[in-house]
Design a protein around this ligand. Structure first.
Ligand code: ATP
Length: 427
């Protein structure tokens, strides 16, 4: 037997350097030995090549499998995410965590009292689920879908608290009578309480402003707060009962508590109809929630001294649906209509909104007021803003009458305005 050697530095280009014969001596070998070596080497390389090709094929098919798995999981994850978003977007019930068990179940207490043993969504960070934390539950399954961060506590997010208001009566157009009435019933009891004591009458506890949207109800409430240096606390009725179900009554308590702490204060309840609509006999869960919130509001109103330094103003666009209990004496006993502005009102609102702007000398506010019959103060604000945008787009230095007429058309979509012959001079 002879053994090929290729460790030694070679004398050919194939890595063949010689053989060791049967006597153990090294020899460079014959041509035959060299051919045999090449043949063996070729076979070796071919089989290695085949093996590597197989491995490569195997890895390729594993890669394809992994890619299809990845695609499948991505789709699954998207589906779960949209399911989760959907669950989170429906109104959620707020509850407190009482205990968390090892098997992932959570004992919660709803704000209306009963306790439930529920599951937590797997997406939730378990570390945040601790006894005492506030959580949001899916309304149907009661699964915990979110942990409410401390800064998102309903009492804070449900109300807007502004300690000093910038709005003044002079920024409200066309509501002189209403300003006087609100001032008498809200401002005087706060600024001159002794006058009421002297005469022996009680000021109204609550004032209700009703009228179409955008007519200045919120503006009026803010202006009163400014005049009295009172803290302005604004809550929206629909949010109290729809955003954090089960918490409406507690929120009402918290709001009055906050008003007492920050007194003198004005609580402004926007969309009062969402919590004070006429009660039906056949009530479902959501109606009961509304009722509980309203009962708490009435209890708070009945409980506080109307000579104190908390005033309540409510606003609604739907006075027709209100529960009569809400306007009983000692509650919202002063009801003030805030109507759409008339010609003079619209003119003064145009004046207020254009006063600080750069406008052309020929701008005719009376004409604009005439063109905007049926428009609210908010519509007029939007018209002026839109006219300003037209002027900016045209690179002008000031707002022209034609900018305003065009804006009227855009905001209140009244096509006849453009065809009105008396306005041709402005277009
Ligand atoms: N009488 C008004 N005078 C001047 N501006 C007004 C008047 N009414 C409304 N506006 C303008 O419209 C905006 C919206 O008005 P505001 O929020 O007070 O209306 P609202 O009656 O409370 O509406 P909603 O019922 O929709 O809550 C104001 O910020 C102001 O720019």
């Amino acid at each position: 037997m002879s053994e090929t050697i290729d460790e030694e530095p070679g004398n050919n280009n194939y890595g063949f350097h010689g053989i060791v014969n049967n006597s153990g001596e090294y020899t460079t070998g014959s041509d035959e030995d060299f051919s045999k070596y090449l043949l063996d080497r070729m076979k070796q390389l071919e089989s290695r090549n085949t093996m590597l090709k197989e491995q490569c094929g195997q890895i390729e098919s594993e890669k394809r499998f992994m890619e299809s798995q990845k695609l499948k999981y991505e789709r699954e994850s998207q589906r779960l995410q949209s399911e989760l978003d959907r669950l989170k977007s429906v109104p959620l019930v707020v509850a407190n965590v009482v205990d968390v068990f090892d098997d992932g179940r959570v004992l919660i207490r709803s704000s209306t009292g009963p306790q439930f043993l529920v599951k937590a969504s797997p997406e939730l960070d378990e570390d945040l689920l601790i006894p005492g934390s506030r959580v949001a539950l899916n309304q149907q399954t009661l699964a915990v879908v979110d942990v409410i961060p401390v800064s998102d506590e309903p009492v804070i997010s449900a109300m807007e608290v502004i300690e000093s208001q910038e709005v003044d009566y002079s920024q409200i157009g066309g509501l002189d009578d209403q300003i006087r009435e609100v001032s008498e019933s809200v401002e005087l009891p706060l600024t001159r309480p002794e006058s009421f004591v002297r005469i022996g009458i009680s000021p109204p506890k609550g004032v209700m402003l009703y009228g179409p949207p955008g007519t200045g109800k919120t503006l009026l409430a803010k202006a009163v707060a400014h005049r009295t240096n009172a803290t302005f606390i604004r809550v929206v009725g629909s949010e109290l009962v729809q955003k954090y179900i089960g918490d409406g009554a507690k929120l009402v308590r918290d709001i009055f508590e906050m008003a007492r702490k920050k007194a003198p204060s004005i609580i402004f309840i926007d969309e009062l109809d969402a919590i004070a609509a006429t009660r039906l006999n056949d009530t479902n869960g959501a109606d009961r929630e509304v009722q509980r919130t309203l009962m708490q509001l009435l209890a708070e109103m009945d409980g506080f001294d109307n000579r104190g330094d908390i005033r309540i103003i409510a606003a609604t666009n739907r006075p027709d649906v209100l529960d009569p209990a809400i306007i009983r004496p000692g509650r919202f006993d002063r009801v003030i209509e805030i109507p759409l502005p008339d010609q003079t009102g619209r003119e003064s609102i145009f004046y207020i909104h254009t006063d600080r702007l750069s406008i052309d000398g020929d701008v005719d506010l009376a004409k604009l007021a005439k063109l905007t019959e049926g428009a609210s103060g908010a519509d007029i604000g939007a018209i002026v803003m839109e006219a300003g945008m037209f002027a900016v787009r045209q690179n002008n230095d000031s707002i022209s009458m034609s900018n305003l007429v065009e804006a009227v058309d855009k905001v209140i979509s009244a096509p006849d305005i453009i065809n009105d012959p008396s306005l041709q001079m402005f277009s």
